[in-house]
Write a protein that binds this ligand. Structure first.
Ligand code: CFN
Ligand code: HCA
Length: 538
């Protein structure tokens, strides 16, 4: 890299020296100097130090917000105090197609039981039944899902029993619950796992209709933030690949129930939904592979991977044709922009997957990532190798093992034999292996898990990056320090950023941000000399 990186060891000391000894000891394990050749261990997926100001969310956020939130035609009812539902009301930027006669669209609604003190004391199950009945009478949805907030688990309301009873009573509506109380696990990551288990158990496999199509896939872990899934769908369709179901951007009940008829699962977000890939592989014999449609090189590689898996000459040719057709428009823009972004620096502290994936786009802009980290990903997402799961903190991690034992041989239909898969791997096809951000990051860059607010302010003071990527909780604090912040959760209302068209959108947005002179002009009036501040007030 052209950028000269300062000594990460002394920076680490600077980041933690203000902490009490116990906190410093714990945080030190989550802050490591990267070496892409000998990747060090990173402490991850452990409890946040209380009071440290994390960006993390809760289990309910991961289940209701992340995995089930983007669905179109499920009535998602939050069982709990109204704030939990209100906070999740359209704050994640999932896009959906408008309602059609076949597919309702409830995404704009905010359904909640509005739990009061009375229900906390005497129980809320009755209130929940009434809410389910009311939703059914009003909308006649295909499915109703119930999400438990913290008090539900504390008072012992049984959302599963209520769901079973109401499903039986209503007859033509699938009702199921999630024990995704916010306090479960250490972050939203536990909620992802709970959501995967519930969707798999209650929906996948319910509809055996065989759809036409030569190359049938499911897209897992694409939640259609800012229309990302629409761009991926455009490319798949253009290549002649049939999308059976999407988990869960713009998804429908019918499609998810039919997902087990696909021939391959491709996984975009490597953190939130690999459990689904494992479960579908175990029960139905559908292999899965990781893809990445963020960045043009990665997009092209992902399309080629799918074609390689199917091994069909016509498909391979078609994919090459699509790439050749899409590339010139990208090349034209990047050639114009890159001289202005080359050599600039970035930091990314986002979620469980994007802090890695978006580095591809920055590389294409000639920008170096100085420091990066996830909010809640696991060690394998950093280190790119198998790390035994920490059973204590993983909500339902026994599930996959149990499934292997109980898998119904009648349902299990391997799309490719183990020998065929081995052959593909021998030819260089990466399937569901371990990726990980660190082998792609430069030597001496700093990798930080669950970065605290204090640490990020320090990082900015020390490194003065040209752009900082995070979420809404950091946005304005960072910008007040004179550094532009790109939200990589909501995209600041921009996007899509996936695929070829998305890359172009991203290049343009980043160019505008890192080359905007306004960031150098930010200084509070009291920080300026008097004469300077008089001048600057015009
Ligand atoms: S859309 Fe995904 S890509 S699902 Fe996950 S790990 Fe969150 S909501 Mo915010 S933007 Fe983020 Fe990832 Fe997967 Fe989103 S990086 S934090 S839980 N995430
Ligand atoms: C969540 C959702 C979130 C929050 C984004 C942010 C999202 O964690 O519950 O902090 O700006 O993408 O909407 O990650």
């Amino acid at each position: 890299a052209k950028v000269n990186l300062p000594d990460p060891a002394s920076i680490t000391e600077e980041l933690i020296n203000k902490y009490p000894a116990k906190v410093a000891k714990k945080r030190r394990k989550s802050i490591v100097a990267n070496d892409p050749d000998t990747i060090p261990e990173v402490q991850a997926n452990v409890r946040t130090v209380p009071g440290i100001i994390t960006q993390r969310g809760c289990s309910y956020a991961g289940c209701k917000g992340v995995v089930l939130g983007p669905t179109r035609d499920i009535v998602n009812i939050v069982h709990g105090p109204i704030g939990c539902s209100f906070y999740a009301w359209l704050t994640r930027r999932n896009q959906t197609r408008p309602e059609t006669p076949e597919h309702e669209n409830y995404i704009t609604y905010c359904f909640s039981t509005d739990m009061q003190e009375e229900h906390v004391v005497f129980g809320g199950e009755k209130k929940l039944k009434v809410a389910i009945q009311e939703a059914y009478d009003l909308f006649h949805p295909k499915a109703i899902a119930i999400f438990s907030t913290c008090p539900v688990g504390l008072i012992g309301d049984d959302v599963h029993a209520v769901s079973r009873e109401m499903k039986e009573k209503l007859g033509d509506c699938n009702v199921f619950g999630f024990s995704c109380e916010g306090y479960r696990g250490v972050s939203q990551s536990a909620g992802h796992h709970i959501a995967n288990n519930g969707v798999f158990k209650h929906m996948v496999g319910n509809n055996n209709e065989i759809k036409p199509g030569k190359f049938k896939i499911n897209l897992l872990g694409e939640y259609n933030i800012g229309g990302d899934a629409f761009e991926i769908e455009r490319l798949l369709e253009k290549s002649g690949i049939t999308l059976i179901a999407s988990f869960s951007g713009n998804s429908t009940v019918g499609a998810m129930e039919n997902a087990h008829t696909a021939d391959l699962n491709i996984v975009q977000c490597h953190r939130s939904i690999n459990y689904m890939g494992d479960m579908m592989e175990t029960k139905y014999g559908i292999p899965w592979m990781k893809v990445n449609f963020v960045g043009v090189e990665s997009t092209a590689k992902s399309l080629r991977k799918i074609a390689e898996y199917f091994g069909d000459a016509e498909l391979k040719a078609k994919v090459e044709e699509v790439i050749a057709e899409e590339m010139p428009a990208v090349k034209e823009i990047i050639e114009e922009i890159r001289p202005r972004t080359e050599g600039k620096t970035a930091m990314l502290f986002v979620g469980g997957s994007r802090a890695h994936h978006y580095q591809d786009l920055f590389n294409e802009l000639g920008m170096t990532t100085l420091s990066a980290g996830y909010e809640f990903a696991h060690r394998d997402d950093y280190e790119g190798r198998e790390v035994l799961p920490n059973i204590k903190i993983d909500a339902d991690s026994k599930n996959i093992e149990e499934l292997k034992v109980t898998a119904d041989p009648e349902l299990y239909n391997p799309r490719k034999s183990p020998e065929e898969i081995e052959e593909l791997k021998a030819k260089g096809l990466e399937m569901n292996g371990y990726t990980g951000m660190m082998k792609q990051m430069v030597h001496k860059s700093l990798v930080i898990d669950d970065v605290s607010h204090y640490e990020s302010e320090k990082l900015i003071e020390i490194y003065k990056p040209d752009i900082f990527c995070a979420g809404i909780k950091k946005k304005y604090v960072v910008q007040k320090m004179g550094v532009p912040l790109k939200q990589l959760h909501s995209y600041d209302y921009g996007g899509p950023y996936t695929g070829f068209k998305g890359a172009v959108n991203f290049y343009k947005d980043i160019d505008r941000m890192v080359n905007n002179p306004v960031w150098k002009m930010i200084k509070a009036p009291w920080e300026k000399a008097e004469s300077e501040s008089l001048e600057a007030s015009y």
